[in-house]
Design a protein around this ligand. Structure first.
Ligand SMILES: [Zn+2]
Length: 59
């Protein structure tokens, strides 16, 4: 069964994400996009993680 994960964007691989769909906070992740377990302090019941995507903006 495929689940639809929310997509969480970040500007660069070292910047924080946009507000998390679960806890509304900005999370910090390591290098690499794809599905990640959420970094929420308090996990909600429907927390299935999210797809991390980096908007690679030209500097
Ligand atoms: Zn969160």
């Amino acid at each position: 069964m495929t689940r639809d994960y929310p997509v969480l964007y970040r500007k660069t691989e070292t910047s924080r994400t946009e507000p998390c769909p679960y806890c509304r906070k900005r999370h910090q992740h390591g290098v690499g996009d794809g599905h990640r377990v959420s970094h929420c302090v308090k996990l909600s019941k429907n927390d299935i993680g999210y797809i991390l995507k980096t908007r690679e903006e030209v500097k």
